[in-house]
Design a protein. Sequence first.
Length: 364
Amino acid sequence: MSNAATSGVLDILSDLISFQSVSGHSSEVDSCFDYIETFLLERHMQVTRLTSNGFPSIIATSRVTKTPQVLLQAHVDVVPAKDDFFKLSEKEGKLYGRGVFDMKFAVACFLQVAHALKDRLDDYDFGIMFSSDEEIGGKNGVSYLLDKGYGADVCILPDGGNDWQIEATCNGLWIVRILASGQSAHGSRPWEGRNAINNLIEGLSEIREFFGELKPLKNSITISNIQGGSAVNQVPDHAEAVLDMRFINAQECATHKQAIKKILARRGLEFATVGFVEARSVDITQPDVASFLAIAEDVTRQPITKTHSFGTTDACYFTEHDIPTIVLRPTGGGAHSDHEWIDKAGVVQFYEVIKQYVMQTTKI
């Protein structure tokens, strides 16, 4: 890879990190998108900028189409950090800054690909999609865009699969709000009431016991929020809790959902689904995926192994639309922390992988 390309990727990444594009901070997100839109237009890409409920997105394609052969996808929104962390720094071969790993490194690589191919865009059929709401669910970004008819034969979304591992399988997610009702009474005469918190806790304990031991590669449950009652000397007549449940595959999810619904019904507890995502898998032998892995192995000179992801990303929306999605990224860590980092050499290699894949796969 040329020194100019390496410098280009790192200069773009430095610019991107400087934008404090925290989810929902519209002025900084808009400024970041202004930078991206100008960059892409100057490289002769076909650019469309859309907004859903105040969240902007950008779609750029090498040709006039909503469904390019290969789609490169990344989000620009980040979680909060101290002001001095919105400046790219380097130490011992590692790059530091908010969003450097999650996931502005990918934005920089994608933009550099557009720059490298700017004089021969007609020879290729690829697109780039940037969203701004992944950290808070993705409904107004990727989900919105796919529902409007945008898509591809294959998507590359490097928001998981750390250490050059491809995310072959991914947990499903079910977030539920449980509501308990009771009858209020004076705290000194609890027998005259019906304590909603007691009923809620007993139901939560039964559900928690059903999950068994919590450890990697098993279904998991987190009681992420609980509240109830109005006064310190009153039997509470209402209580609620939020459960964050993860499942290793679709069958486990279906089995647990059925059992949990029975527990809630038996105890007279109501529930409402806050969020649901099916467990995801990708066939790594599929030609579009296998060719990507071959290029990655050639560039990095290491085998690309499979991994299972415990979290979820915008890849779930592509799965809903039957679009194979490659989730893989270089070595890094500390996402959402004050020591977020990514391997500098890995960023350079990732750019080279993406460029070669686009050139080999989408040549017209």
